[in-house]
Design a protein around this ligand. Structure first.
Ligand code: NAP
Length: 305
């Protein structure tokens, strides 16, 4: 199956690239191996996307993006891209639903949650350990849970979890949060949230399900056992670039390096959204990247293709 533009990833960046490519009347396909909407779709509420003064759910916002792009002709294939190669001025995409070719590719594959890499993390995954509060929060009604991390994700999701949990502890390795001030203020004012500063998780333990987290004070070295039914891990993300296998230049952290037109080191290959090396990872910058990547891909294809 031949396309003019293939987009890898169905989060805000990919969906917006699809919207712009479809409006340019290009033959465009988008591949998504998990849920449409990416990480944004698992965000309970989005308070900083312009135009929604009363906030909007992440799922609803991305579902609207999908509807808009599909209405204009974007084709979506619900399959993960497992390999990408360049041949004869085109790209070949390997998926579980067969191989596809495209003249231009926009990589908008996003990021995956970083793991703590402590004993018990894998064992209790699905039995107390989670990387998605929106998906699993409701299982912890009236329970005590911990959130690990001090960034926007950790603090926002801790606030979300107070809807269900009796108490939410934020475990952060420093004594100052990284999250945006307004988010910090909201967490500090929430009586259900308790802060464990200068602490790291060294082990997660229990029986059939998670029962406790072992915390270490990074300053004093003191060890503390905290009873908990759930641990939500939000310590940052890793770029999803494994399928690119040497095709394109990555930063030392594995992100795709681009210029301001979203062009990577490989001609015809663009990047957009969280997978790109950039200073601000937000829905608003992801959609901007997606728009630029699609417009540039359309320009390169020119009138005659
Ligand atoms: P992040 O900003 O990179 O924060 C990761 C947090 O985890 C930091 O507080 C970091 O501590 C901590 N951490 C990292 N590795 C750790 C480890 N091994 N053990 C313990 N703690 C560790 O990640 P994020 O919160 O997922 O946010 C990613 C990007 O998305 C950011 O740009 C953020 O602003 C954006 N975002 C925005 C919104 C929003 O605007 N509504 C919502 C979610 C995310 P240190 O602080 O000590 O480094």
């Amino acid at each position: 199956m031949d396309f003019e533009i293939a987009i890898i990833g169905g989060g805000p960046a990919g969906l917006t690239a699809g919207l712009y490519a479809a409006r340019a009347r290009r033959k465009v396909v988008l591949f998504e191996g998990e849920g449409i909407g990416g990480q944004a779709a698992t965000t309970d509420r989005v308070a900083n996307y312009p135009g929604f003064p009363d906030e909007i759910g992440g799922f609803e916002l991305t579902a609207r993006m999908e509807e808009q792009a599909k209405k204009l002709g974007l084709e979506v294939v619900y399959s993960k891209v497992t390999g990408l190669s360049a041949e004869n001025r085109a790209f070949m995409l390997e998926t579980s639903k067969g191989n596809y070719t495209a003249k231009k590719v926009i990589v908008a594959s996003g990021v995956s949650p970083k793991k703590l890499n402590v004993p018990g993390e894998d064992e209790f995954r699905g039995g107390g350990v989670s990387y998605c509060a929106t998906c699993d929060g409701a299982f912890f009604r009236d329970k005590e849970v911990l959130v690990v991390g001090g960034g926007d994700s950790a603090v926002e999701e801790a606030i979300f979890l107070t809807r269900f949990a009796k108490q939410v502890g934020i475990v952060h390795r420093r004594d100052e949060l990284r999250a945006t001030k307004i988010v910090q203020e909201e967490a500090e004012a929430n009586p259900k949230i308790k802060f464990f500063y200068n602490k790291v998780v060294t082990e997660l333990a229990g029986g059939d399900s998670l029962e406790k987290a072992i915390l270490k004070d990074v300053k004093s070295g003191t060890i503390e056992e905290v009873p908990t039914s759930g641990v939500f891990i939000y310590i940052g993300s890793l770029p999803r670039t494994e399928f690119l296998s040497g095709l394109v230049e990555l930063t030392p952290e594995g992100y795709l390096a681009t210029d301001e037109r979203m062009r990577t080191s490989r001609p015809g290959l663009f990047a957009a959204g969280d997978v790109r090396a950039k200073s601000l990872r937000q829905i608003v910058t992801a959609v901007a990247d997606g728009a630029i990547a699609a417009v540039e891909a359309d320009r390169e294809l020119g009138a005659g293709s």
